[in-house]
Design a protein around this ligand. Sequence first.
Ligand code: FE2
Length: 307
Amino acid sequence: MAKEIEGLIKSEEDVTAIVLSSYEKTSDPRLNEIMTSLTKHLHAFLLETRPTEEEYEMGLRWVASLGHHTDNANNEVVLAADVLGASTLIDLMNNNGGRGETMSALLGPFYRGGAPDCGVDDNIARSDQEGLPLFFSGRVIDLDGSSIAGASVDVWQASPVGLYENQDAGQDDFNLRGKFTSDAEGRYSFRSVRPSGYPVPTSGPVGDLLRAQNRKAFRPAHVHFIVSAPGRKTLITQVFSDTDEAMIGDVVFGAKEAIVGDFVSHQGPHPDYPGVEGEFFTCKFDFKLVEGTPTFPVPPISGKVED
Ligand SMILES: [Fe+2]
């Protein structure tokens, strides 16, 4: 009979406690807290679902393939976090709009830094494209409604065919992206084209999962914003423009009532919008910021797909 050695694993019931004991020398208490909880939940998940070895290998291959499908123009890891609801949960835990500020929404996988600086009313639709003109404007304000001058309004959106410029070699670099600065009254304004809904990328492991779950891959139409100013907490949000059904079915769970925009249809010619013929849209939306320290996300992507 083999001799008993204290501290060696004898059965599945021993594993969690012995693994956790190996973390005891972690010097950062927050890292220790996170890794301890992660390990407990991971082991509990495995003990509950009891994957076969083939299922376990498939799961590990799926995680590895998130990295293999991530490059400068696509971030499959962020996309996976989004479709699992993790990004929206993190967002709501950290930014619940509880002080009256504009509600936030997830950053998503398509934010690029370095968008061109733009002037008042500039058009961010830099490529020739179909799509109804959109005039978007509003103010950046404090909780009491007072103006925030010099705020940065970084905007990006998909084209009317549902692709961000980084996904589409046919669009100019930084098409439908731009950075505006609020004036003395906190006002910002720009021209664009009305966004449309789009499917998230489905050629990688996230697409495989969505198909296996019989889920639709669509996001409702929206425009993304990062609004920042000195002494204010940075707001990352999206303003939505779509049907209730499309917003309820958002594959990344980003749509919320408080950030549905009022996109109003008009017919040109119109005295306030000279030179515009046919149908066009306006949307007015104010961004309300709270005091805090500005922080900026690391862009999930840095460039475009190659031709
Ligand atoms: Fe988006």
